[in-house]
Design a protein around this ligand. Structure first.
Ligand code: PLP
Length: 393
């Protein structure tokens, strides 16, 4: 499609995109090149935790851009130090390495665990991961992921990621051997279809990994930063993991991610880990603005309350249309359909009048909802009304 001075065909084809160009966003709303409005329950894939273009992010970017954009990762900068301190003060972790994407943070977690295994477990390097998990799109994180078809897509895979069954502790224990260094999981499987780990499973995993002297890594790229109604999803189980990764929400829409670890695990030495943009002040200034908002009194309670409200409204919808209920945690939820209509519903929602609705269907039998964490009840009602109309067709 021709658009102003360009053509959309100049972009490499990696996904079918609708014939529209988004030009503006505000809160839960997006506006395309024809001025058409869309109610957004995708929010950049659970990325824009404060909605589109929140004033605190715009302010952090403009203020920091006028001050210092990048002195290089070989020097400290103010927002980098402030954000790392805020993260360690509000979690069970002692140190932070900043990255740009979730996949890169997970690569860092894998490297840290392998190095720790070399030093402390006579070269143990295997990391047990789970079927249907998603950890990113680099070669190692694709190999760690349990997504169907990914084992052959860019073969050969990176070795050392045996797969256990999610929420099945015996399947994990059966895989632990002398080469095992860690277990890595998402506290809520996002791409896998919004499947929360059971509290008892997380607690049993912590106990099992401790007993075997191996590490527990939580990939909170999607579940972290308030998404489930707590700052981090591991808190629901009252456990203390050894390593955590963050992405998506931490940047509120800009590329920022983090690898956090407890002191005893922090074994990188100079030269082991790095990256041109790690901890750059422009992005970490945004992270500070986002985290301060999440930590404001009452904010996370509101997220939990909105999550309960969304769950209740989805359950009503499910009962009315004979669907199979809903599941999730906080404001990461899925509606389970009675058939494989997900992609069709997503397309029809986009085209609705008088305004479109942006939904996502990570599996054909379900719809996923990941609105801004400050979405209003009125916006949830509006979305439910539209979905109700669609399901009646
Ligand atoms: C999105 C996601 C990733 C990958 O993050 P990118 O920023 O796309 O590299 C990794 N893990 C989980 C759980 C995710 O949801």
């Amino acid at each position: 499609m021709q658009y102003h001075n360009g053509n959309t065909d100049s972009l490499m084809f990696i996904t079918p995109r609708p014939e529209l160009v988004f030009e503006r966003g505000e809160g839960s709303w997006l506006y395309d090149h024809e001025g058409r409005k869309y109610l957004d329950f995708i929010q950049g894939w659970a990325v824009n935790c404060l909605g589109h273009c929140p004033p605190e992010i715009a302010a952090a970017l403009t203020e920091q851009a006028g001050k210092l954009i990048n002195p290089s990762p070989a020097f400290y900068n103010a927002p980098m130090v402030e954000l790392a301190s805020l993260l360690t003060a509000n979690s069970v972790f002692d140190r932070v390495f900043f990255a740009n994407t979730g996949a890169e943070a997970n690569e860092g977690a894998i490297k840290l665990a392998r190095k720790w295994g070399r030093l402390n477990r006579s070269g143990a390097h295997e990391i047990i991961t789970f079927g249907h998990s998603f950890h990113g799109r680099t070669l190692a994180t694709m190999s760690a992921s349990g997504k169907a078809g990914w084992d052959t897509l860019y073969a050969p895979q990176v070795a050392g990621f045996p797969k256990a069954i999610y929420n099945d502790i015996a399947s994990v224990e059966a895989l632990i051997g002398p080469k095992t260094v860690a277990v890595m999981l998402e506290p809520v499987q996002g791409e896998g279809g919004v499947i929360p780990a059971e509290v008892e499973f997380l607690q049993a995993l912590r106990e099992l990994t401790r007993r075997h002297g191996i590490l527990l890594i939580v990939d909170e790229v999607q579940s972290g930063m308030g998404r489930t109604g707590k700052l981090f999803a591991y808190e629901h189980a009252g456990i203390e993991p050894d390593i955590m990764t963050l992405g998506k929400g931490i940047g509120g829409g800009v590329p920022l991610a983090a690898l956090l670890a407890r002191e005893a695990v922090c074994c990188f030495e100079p030269g082991d880990q790095g990256g041109t943009y790690n901890g750059n002040p422009l992005m970490t200034a945004v992270g500070v603005a986002v985290l301060k908002r999440l930590l404001a009194p009452g904010f996370l309670d509101e997220v939990a309350a909105r999550g309960r409200y969304l769950a209740q409204r989805l359950n009503e919808l499910s009962a009315r249309h004979g669907l199979q209920g809903e599941r999730g945690a906080g404001l990461l939820r899925a509606l389970i359909l009675a058939d494989e209509r997900g992609p069709q519903l997503v397309a029809a929602a986009l085209a609705m009048q008088p305004h479109g609705l942006l939904l996502n269907s990570p599996r054909p039998n379900l719809l996923r909802f990941m609105p801004a964490l400050n979405v209003s009840e009125a916006e949830i009602d509006r979305m439910i009304e539209q979905l109700d109309q669609l399901l009646r067709r």
